[in-house]
Ligand binder design. Structure first.
Ligand code: AMP
Ligand code: ZN
Ligand code: FE
Ligand code: FE
Length: 297
């Protein structure tokens, strides 16, 4: 194998601009330490960390930095997240979407706290705010992972997984749906911002079988989906192989990432699972990387 074929990428990581633990600059340092050749910062519903990440990435000529976002879309029974890779962070439409989603979270978070309190779980919005703002920017996107961390800290749950199972998960008693974009709207916003829309961690869609996923993918491709995240820290080998086969069959770009969050998901390491750049396509990486050029360095 030549050197190029050994290059690995991580196209899905979070910083403390959403529910990751570390700053965008730290996340870039970690990616370099992990030895990946390309990394995409894909915070939930925000592009606020992209300039700082690009700035730090400029210190590492061996690293391709890809500006990204992870948008939650309306879907049931599971959850649908759509990654935008190579988005232009100055795009007005994308900024409008991010503002709308921020507003929707501002409405939802107090409702979750209210539900928890009605279940006898005594936590306050201020405690969650403190958790999310520990080292973050003043307006970091606040999500369920922050609430889960407070629940663990105060002894209401054994660990993060327990907090989601008992209280916060999509089928749990304190779940409150977000006011989501439709999948087609999320895909369109990403495409308009010059990016590629990628279906994230398809396992979380909870499709009953492969045909159901294929049908859904075809519908999404019809509105502009460009790829699927076949490699992900939550996929087992059988799932990964299935997704790779489907992506190849449909002509979707294959991507993958760790979904690194830091302390909130201690079992997930940046750069794992290994995702070969050759499978994603070096041309795609270079195209997505191009959008970082517009960011202040
Ligand atoms: P939100 O965007 O506020 O709905 O929160 C989504 C975050 O919660 C993402 O980081 C998910 O990975 C995390 N999450 C959702 N379900 C679970 C779960 N069952 N266990 C751990 N984290 C979860
Ligand atoms: Zn998250
Ligand atoms: Fe996700
Ligand atoms: Fe994610």
């Amino acid at each position: 194998m030549n050197e190029k074929m050994k290059q690995l990428v991580d196209l899905h990581v979070h910083s403390n601009e959403s529910d990751g633990s570390y700053s965008p600059a730290d996340v870039i340092d970690f990616a370099v330490k992990a030895g990946v050749s390309a990394v995409a910062l894909t915070d939930h519903d925000t592009i606020a960390g992209l300039a700082a990440a690009a700035c730090r990435a400029a210190d590492y000529p061996q690293l391709s930095f890809i500006p990204g976002i992870e948008i939650s879309a309306e879907y049931s029974p599971g959850i649908m997240h759509i990654l935008g890779l190579g988005v232009n962070p100055t795009d007005a439409g994308l900024n409008a979407v991010a503002s709308r989603l921020r507003e929707s979270r501002a409405n939802r978070n107090p409702q979750i706290i209210e539900k928890l309190r009605s279940l006898g779980v005594d936590i306050s919005f201020d405690e969650v705010l403190e958790e999310s703002r520990k080292d973050a920017s003043p307006d970091a996107v606040l999500g369920r992972l922050h609430i889960a961390m407070v629940l663990v800290k105060k002894g209401f749950a054994r660990n993060i997984a327990d907090a989601f199972e008992k209280f916060l998960g999509n089928h749990a008693p304190a779940y409150v749906p977000k006011d989501h974009l439709l999948p087609a709207q999320a895909v369109a916003a990403i495409n308009s911002a010059g990016g590629t829309a990628i279906l994230a961690h398809p396992v979380q869609l909870e499709c009953a079988n492969e045909l159901q996923l294929e049908t859904l993918l075809r519908k999404l491709m019809h509105v502009g989906l460009g790829g699927m995240e076949c490699y992900h820290s939550s996929h087992n080998d059988v799932q990964t192989r299935t997704y790779l086969r489907l992506a190849q069959k449909l002509g979707l770009i294959i991507t993958g990432g760790s979904d690194y969050h830091g302390l909130g998901k201690p079992d997930v390491a940046i750069g794992r699972p290994p995702v070969p750049m050759s499978i994603v396509g070096e041309k795609n990486i270079m195209r997505w990387r191009g959008q970082a050029a517009g960011l202040p360095a």
